[in-house]
Design a protein around this ligand. Structure first.
Ligand code: AMP
Ligand code: MG
Length: 494
């Protein structure tokens, strides 16, 4: 039986919240919708019929030209600290939430069109997105998902047939973003800034039911805060373990569900340097690679502040509760990060001296500007014995220093099982060969924008869909950029 649009399973709990949570507004139609890519596997998982989505009616929906009956498009309200300064009203200025669907695992997911036209939150912006940033978000979010890191997903990208004007005219596009929800730290801040306690309470319970159903008992708000802290700590640890730099960790880009969200000037680091910053708008290095844990903690502190009136009747008591909850961030992050690093060098038990071993490797990497991803991937091969260590060694300028490290590492790995090929396989399952390297993402965008060629986009997505696999045919994608290919800056996705 052909799929009927009326069977689209939108079910919209956010649109049932009080009116002041959002503005009802349809996406603004575009001239000439054209499908660039549909994520068929994801569509299937969301119970959204892929063949229908790829049809003219489906593409019309993905472009915002057609609003299915069960959808209830809204632009959500939120505030946020941007680079440390509070903006009391941001909101979806270029996105609408079409509605929610329940996926095949029973999880509720938002379906949002990004680049769908102006809303009351646009603040003078055009509400649109250019093709380049849409492709970047599609690639990097899907790569993160394949790496196993919590993230929003990309269901589809369409071009609009309309130009958007930035420094120059660029092809316009709409991304269909899928998220556990689009509720941000900034959503809580929006109501807290207005002293709207009733809204805060409704939002907190919406979040508990949706994302943290195990939170209950005598102190639900404290438990909620701790649960959000834990997810952010885990998330940032996972970012660091693959060399990811978010680029704009503003509180409006911090998901309450703990997913990576809002891929603007994000990038993966090639050469290891903890101070790496790519974003052209981050002049002070606020969101540098190694600062991300501290910034996540700062953002969570802003979240905790919004909950103060709920945490206790007495202000001192509320502050104390918030402090205690925030204290759980650091040990949680450290534990997750160190355990991840141990696994990356092939250790599955814990010994006190491991932290020195890890620190010394990172220092040697920084000294040699070794490629972050290649270092760990090549170490997987070195684990089979001295015959496998050449590639790893070649990444370091000072051969004798890294030899000293290698012999300590061999002594340490010899203390536990498994060995040889078995250990290599386990190490390879946590050390990706393929990440969305900036020069590759740039090349994809250039081909699409300049020549209308989406072949490189498709191929890069294919490579990144299995980041831990050994695929000799894609060897070139594992390589760092040649000097002339290096991307030094990324630009915000606006
Ligand atoms: P972002 O930098 O994408 O996280 O966006 C920050 C804020 O600016 C959000 O409120 C966005 O909705 C808004 N915004 C970004 N780009 C545009 C645009 N082209 N038109 C209108 N609003 C925008
Ligand atoms: Mg944002």
């Amino acid at each position: 039986m052909p799929f009927r649009e009326s069977a689209l399973p939108f079910d919209n709990t956010y649109a049932r919240l009080p009116d002041r949570f959002f503005v009802r507004i349809p996406p603004r139609p575009v001239a000439e919708p054209k499908l660039v890519r549909l994520n068929r596997d994801l569509a299937q998982h969301l119970n959204l019929a892929p063949d229908w989505l790829a049809s003219a009616d489906g593409v019309a929906m993905l472009a915002g030209n057609r609003v299915p009956e069960s959808a209830e498009p809204i632009a959500t309200a939120y505030a946020g600290h941007q680079f440390g300064s509070f903006v009391p009203r941001l909101g979806d200025g270029r996105a609408v939430l079409l509605g929610e669907v329940v996926d095949r695992d029973g999880n509720r997911r938002d379906i949002q069109l990004k680049g769908s036209g102006p809303t009351p939150f646009s603040r003078g912006g055009d509400g649109r997105a250019a093709l380049g940033p849409v492709l970047r978000e599609y690639i990097v979010s899907e790569a993160m998902a394949a790496l196993g890191i919590p993230t929003t997903r990309s269901l589809a990208a369409v071009t609009t047939g309309e130009p958007v004007f930035r420094e120059t005219a660029l092809p316009g596009a709409v991304l269909t973003r899928v998220a556990s929800s689009h509720i941000r730290v900034g959503t809580f801040q929006y109501f807290a800034a207005r002293g709207d306690l009733e809204a805060l309470r409704s939002l907190a319970w919406h979040v508990i039911e949706r994302h943290y159903p195990n939170v209950a008992g005598a102190e639900p708000y404290r438990a909620l805060l701790e649960a959000v802290v834990a997810r952010q700590a885990d998330l940032v640890a996972q970012w660091l373990l693959v060399g990811f730099i978010h680029g704009v960790m503003n509180t409006d880009n911090t998901s309450i569900a703990g997913e990576t969200i809002d891929y603007g000037p994000c990038a993966f680091m090639d050469e290891y340097d903890p101070a790496t910053v790519f974003s052209s708008i981050d002049q002070l290095g606020r969101y540098a690679y190694a600062r991300q844990p501290a910034i996540a903690h700062w953002n969570l502190t802003r979240f905790a502040e919004t909950l103060l009136p709920l945490l206790a009747d007495n202000e001192d008591k509320a502050v104390e509760e918030a402090r205690e909850a925030l204290k759980t961030f650091e040990p949680r992050f450290e534990a997750r990060f160190n355990a991840g690093l141990r696994r990356k060098i092939g250790l599955f038990t814990e010994r006190d001296e491991d932290l020195d071993l890890l620190r010394d490797l990172l220092e040697a990497m920084a000294d040699s500007k070794a490629d972050f991803t290649l270092t760990f991937r090549r170490l997987c091969h070195a684990v089979i014995g001295p015959e496998g260590e050449q590639g790893f060694r070649a990444l370091f300028a000072d051969g004798s220093a890294i030899d000293t490290w290698m012999s300590r590492w061999r002594t340490r790995t010899a203390m536990e099982q498994p060995d040889g090929a078995a250990r290599r396989a386990v190490m390879q399952s946590v050390n990706p060969a393929f990440i969305p390297r900036n020069h590759r993402v740039e090349a994809v965008i250039r081909a699409a924008e300049d020549r209308g060629d989406f072949g490189p986009f498709e191929e890069l997505l294919e490579v990144l869909s299995a980041p831990y696999a050994d695929r000799p045919e894609f060897e070139a994608y594992a390589a760092p950029p040649a000097p002339e290919e290096r991307v030094l800056q990324t630009f915000c996705g606006t």
